[in-house]
Design a protein. Structure first.
Length: 217
């Protein structure tokens, strides 16, 4: 119990940093993924091809390699980022590719008959997008978006390799200095579990409480 009380403050700080990095990277990635999807929908063949290649490359390569390119490669071009900044940027680029595919799946799930009916009633493209496509696509995509955020939280552990003091790095430092394994690893597992379960719970609450996110019956 004494060891638990001594280590808890350090793990609380590390968990907060993990959450901050993950949320920042996921928020930027969510915006980027939505823009990628819009470009693929109506940006012309060139934009659609470029976005498709981006998604193909980012989803087909390990996050660790992307993190190394941002952290060690960008300084060669004169852009030097701190380890936390490089982590956020890497998570944003990485998650944008996955969020884009989630939005694509959400739009693909919309019955084509509704789009045709909107055309028949003379709805503008903007009105159709805001009132028909977006609510249904988000209702379908919400569980997938929450799952991707959970994956981003777990991928943030890779940042320990570039010495970001998040949960995994903090655990390694404690083990190296105390030679104690059981309690640090138990707190590491508990930290990630609490973060991911919180995201899952919030997604469930959003699906129940926000009207336009309720999946149509």
């Amino acid at each position: 119990m004494q060891e638990f009380l001594e280590l808890l403050p350090r793990f609380a700080v590390a968990a907060l940093l993990t959450l901050e990095l993950s949320l920042a990277g996921a928020a930027l990635g969510l915006a980027g993924g939505f823009l990628l999807h819009l470009f693929r929908l109506g940006g012309g063949r060139v934009f659609a091809l470029g976005c498709g290649v981006y998604v193909w490359l980012l989803r087909g390569t390990p996050f660790l390699s992307q993190l190394f390119i941002v952290y060690f490669g960008l300084p060669v071009l004169g852009l030097r980022l701190s380890a936390p900044e490089a982590t956020v940027v890497s998570l944003a680029f990485y998650s944008a590719a996955y969020f884009s595919e989630i939005f694509r799946a959400g739009w693909a799930a919309i019955p084509r008959g509704q789009i045709e009916a909107a055309h028949a009633f003379g709805m503008t493209s903007r009105a159709r997008f805001c009132h028909i496509e977006l609510p249904q696509a988000l209702a379908f995509a919400l569980p997938l978006l929450a799952n991707q955020l959970i994956l981003v939280i777990k991928e943030s552990a890779v940042a320990s390799i570039i010495t970001v003091p998040e949960l995994t790095m903090t655990t390694s430092n404690i083990i190296a200095s105390t030679y104690s394994y059981v309690m640090p690893y138990a707190l590491l597992i508990a930290g990630y579990w609490l973060l991911t379960q919180s995201v899952a719970w919030l997604a469930q609450q959003a699906a129940r409480r926000i009207p336009f996110l309720r999946t149509p019956s």
